[in-house]
Design a protein around this ligand. Structure first.
Ligand code: MG
Ligand code: MG
Length: 260
């Protein structure tokens, strides 16, 4: 990968606008997710909502990806293709969306429960989201990428979950995937030293069972090797001097879900 591109305040504002539109779009999906709904229906809603808000659903056509959202159900970790298969009570679906607006990307993801899910899966979702926020706490100037990585790994593995290693977080800006890579495993104090103005997507992908994954024959879906469920939460954030600033938002999603 190339060198990181530190962003100006004006650029950070544009990335914020794109990231907030992702959060609002995910909230539209949150309102609809229930047994019987298909992920293709969610994809259509996302496409229209993003277009209605002067954005472009950046995943559509990215490396020939055929849809506007990644919808990864149960044992699918990430990069799931929307399908005509109705969601069932007890499923989980991880929805990942990228928006491009005024030339800048926003990238965020959230794992939704379909109806009532098992306590085991609830715990997986809770710990995965916690690992994201623990990682964000480390994203301050002077710390290193490895501090972020360690925070995710340490929290997830303390619950005996598998931390996916093949896919990582990344810089965000004029491109979806910029330097640096932001792995969800690593050693404290290792890697690139963080500087204010670095915009990155932090995105733990945490498996209930083994950390090993495989790619399906559809050429996209990444699935757990043991078929157990996986959760994925992602924020786009900017490194600041004292405290990272989250540019995307789960606020509307969690309002829609009745969580706040
Ligand atoms: Mg994403
Ligand atoms: Mg990402």
């Amino acid at each position: 990968m190339n060198k990181p591109v530190y962003k100006t305040d004006d650029e950070i504002e544009l990335i914020r606008q794109s990231s907030l539109l992702v959060g609002k779009t995910l909230a539209e999906l949150a309102k609809l997710i229930k047994p019987g709904v298909t992920t293709l229906a969610l994809d259509k809603v996302a496409y229209e909502f993003i277009n209605d808000h002067q954005g472009y659903p950046g995943f559509l056509g990215y490396n020939d990806f055929p849809n506007s959202i990644c919808a990864s159900v149960n044992s699918a970790v990430v990069h799931g293709l929307p399908t005509n298969i109705p969601l069932k009570e007890g499923d989980i679906v991880s929805c990942d969306i990228g928006v491009v607006k005024d030339g800048y990307w926003g990238d965020s993801a959230y794992t939704f429960a379909v109806g009532e899910v098992s306590n085991e899966i609830k715990q997986l979702m809770k710990v995965t989201k916690e690992s994201l926020y623990l990682a964000i706490e480390q994203a301050v100037a002077g710390k290193r990428i490895g501090d972020i990585s360690f925070a995710v790994q340490n929290h997830a593995e303390s619950h005996n979950y598998g931390v996916v290693r093949e896919l990582v977080g990344h810089g965000v800006g004029k491109s979806l995937h910029e330097a640096p890579e932001v792995p969800n495993f690593g050693r404290r104090g290792s890697g690139l030293q963080l500087q204010a103005g670095l915009v990155i997507a932090i995105e733990p992908m945490i498996n209930l069972g083994t950390r090993n994954v495989r790619q399906l024959k559809d050429g996209w879906t990444i699935q757990t090797a043991d078929g157990k469920p996986s959760a994925h939460y992602e924020h786009t954030i900017v490194v600041r001097k004292d405290k990272a600033e989250i540019l995307s938002s789960f606020e509307w999603i969690e309002q829609a879900l009745g969580l706040n």
